[in-house]
Design a binder for this molecule. Structure first.
Ligand code: ATP
Ligand code: MG
Length: 417
C-alpha cells in the first residue's frame, strides 16, 4: 500500500507553487513597507499557551488542537494560530525593550483537527501581522487598511470587509449576562454545540454557523448597544478613520471570531467564491492577551489571512516553471563531461541551465529543451570537441554559431544582459 498524506493535509506541488510564492512575496513587500518585521516562531508550543490565550471554551481549544505529551511528559501542541506564539516570543525576548511599539508579521502553517471540507484543512497556512504596544484606534485602522491594500495589490476583487466591536472585558461580562437572560428560556432551540457554549462560553454562540441558532440570535441583544462610552468612541473613531482612507466596510454586529482574546475591534474579510467557508482574513484588537500571557497590560491588534482560502478566491494559477536560459545538449562520453562542467559554470554565473542526465538521443534532448522553454541550446559532440568549439543555437530563430569553448560562458553571459 502506498503511503498517502494525512487526511486534511495537502502537498503543494511545483505546478501550484507559483501562486503561493506570489502571494507570499507580495505580503512580505507590503508588510515591510508598512514597517512590519518578520518573526518565525516554533510550530510546537506548550499547550497551556493556547489554552490560556485562545480561551478554554473555544472550539479551537475544546476540539481542534493537536495536543500530545512529549517524552518528558510535557503537554505540547501544534500551533493552531499565530498570535499566542508571537505574544509569547514578544515577552520572552523582551521585544518591547528596544521599541515601545512592536510590529511583526509571520507566514507559516497552522494545525487544527477539524472535519476536512472545501476551504477547511487540518494543516493550513496563515500570513499574519501583529502590532503590540498601543491602544490607539489608528492602529486598528492601519491593520484593516493594510489588509485591504494587500488584497488590492495582489488583484483580489469582490471581497467584503466586515467590522464589529466587542467592547472591553467589562463590557463583555455585561453582554454575557444580557445574552444569558435572553436565551434562558430558549436553550431548547439551540444546536448541540451551542447548548454547551451557553454554559461554558456564551458569546461563542454568535459565532455559530447553524441556521437555527443564527435565526434565534437575530432578535438577541446586540453587543454594539451594550458597550461603554470609551469603546463606543474607539469604534466611532475607527470607522471615521477608515472612511478617510476610503476603505469600504460593513458593520456586522454578529462577528465575535473564534478566539476569546479579542476586545473592542473584531473584523473579517469574506469572499463570494468560497461557499460556506468564506472568511479569507480575520483579526481584531486583543488588549488583554499580553497581560494574560504573563506581561503587563498592553494594547495590541492584528490579523491573520488564510492563505489557502485566499488562493482559492484568487482562482488563478501563476506560471511557476521558469523558462530555462540554456539547455546543454551533448553526444558522447567526453563531450558529456565537458558539457556538465560548462552547465554548472553557467549556473553559478547567473544563467539558468540544465542537461538530460539520461543518455538520450540528440533529438530527444532538443525536444526536452523545447519543453523547458530554453532560449538557447548549446550542442556539443565529438566533432565540436575536436575543434574546441561549441554550437550555440538560438531557439527563437534557429540561428546557429560556433563559439570557442573557453569563451563560451562569457559569450552566453553577454547574451543575457
Ligand atoms: P472559521 O470560522 O472559518 O473556522 P476561524 O474563526 O476559525 O474561521 P481564525 O482562527 O480567525 O478563523 O483564522 C483566520 C483565517 O484562517 C480564517 O479566516 C481562514 O481564512 C483561515 N482558516 C482558519 N481555519 C482554517 C482551516 N481549518 N483551513 C483553512 N483555513 C483556515
Ligand atoms: Mg474555525
Amino acid at each position: 500500500m502506498m503511503i498517502k498524506t494525512l487526511r486534511g493535509m495537502k502537498d503543494i506541488l511545483p505546478d501550484e507553487i507559483g501562486i503561493w510564492q506570489y502571494v507570499e512575496n507580495a505580503a512580505k513587500e507590503l508588510f515591510e513597507l508598512f514597517g512590519y518585521r518578520e518573526i518565525r516562531t516554533p510550530i510546537l508550543e506548550e499547550t497551556s499557551l493556547f489554552v490560556k490565550g485562545i480561551g478554554e471554551g473555544t472550539d479551537i481549544v475544546q476540539k481542534e488542537m493537536y495536543s500530545f505529551k512529549d517524552k518528558g511528559g510535557r503537554r505540547i501542541s501544534l500551533r493552531p494560530e499565530g498570535t499566542a506564539p508571537v505574544v509569547r516570543s514578544y515577552l520572552e525576548n523582551n521585544l518591547n525593550k528596544k521599541e515601545a511599539l512592536v510590529k511583526l508579521y509571520y507566514i507559516g502553517p497552522m494545525f487544527r483537527s477539524e472535519r476536512p471540507q472545501a476551504g477547511r484543512q487540518r494543516q493550513f497556512h496563515q500570513m499574519g501581522i501583529e502590532v503590540i504596544g498601543s491602544d490607539s484606534f489608528y492602529v486598528d485602522a492601519e491593520v484593516i487598511y493594510l489588509m485591504k491594500a494587500y488584497f488590492d495589490r495582489i488583484g483580489l476583487a469582490g471581497y467584503t470587509i466586515k467590522i464589529n466591536t466587542l467592547g472591553c472585558s467589562k463590557d463583555k461580562t455585561g453582554i454575557k449576562k444580557e445574552l444569558t437572560r435572553f436565551l434562558k428560556d430558549k436553550t431548547n432551540l439551540l444546536c448541540k454545540d451551542c447548548k454547551v457554549r451557553y454554559k461554558k462560553n456564551i458569546l461563542r454562540i454568535f459565532d455559530c454557523k447553524v441556521e437555527g441558532c443564527k435565526a434565534l440570535l437575530r432578535s438577541a441583544p446586540k453587543i454594539i448597544d451594550a458597550i461603554c462610552g470609551d469603546c463606543k468612541d474607539h469604534f466611532a473613531n475607527l470607522k471615521k478613520t477608515l472612511e478617510s482612507l476610503k476603505v469600504d466596510y460593513v458593520v456586522d454586529p454578529y462577528i465575535v471570531r473564534g478566539l476569546d482574546y479579542y476586545t473592542k475591534t473584531a473584523f473579517e474579510a469574506t469572499h463570494p467564491n468560497l461557499g460556506s467557508q468564506d472568511a479569507i482574513c480575520a483579526g481584531g484588537r486583543y488588549d488583554n492577551l499580553v497581560r494574560d500571557t504573563g506581561g503587563s497590560k498592553t494594547g495590541a491588534c492584528g490579523f491573520a489571512i488564510g492563505q489557502d482560502r485566499l488562493i482559492m478566491a484568487l482562482g488563478s494559477k501563476r506560471e511557476s516553471e521558469k523558462a530555462l536560459d540554456l539547455y546543454v545538449a551533448v553526444l558522447g562520453e567526453v563531450p558529456y563531461k565537458e558539457g556538465f562542467r560548462l552547465c554548472n559554470g553557467l549556473r553559478i554565473n547567473g544563467v539558468s541551465s540544465d542537461m538530460d542526465y539520461q543518455n538520450r538521443s540528440l533529438k530527444a534532448q532538443m525536444r526536452q529543451a523545447n519543453r523547458r522553454g530554453a532560449k538557447y541550446v548549446a550542442i556539443l559532440g565529438e566533432d565540436e570537441l575536436q575543434k574546441d568549439v561549441i554550437i550555440l543555437r538560438n531557439m527563437a530563430d534557429g540561428q546557429q554559431r560556433e563559439i570557442k569553448i573557453n569563451n563560451f560562458i562569457d559569450e552566453v553571459k553577454k547574451l543575457k544582459c
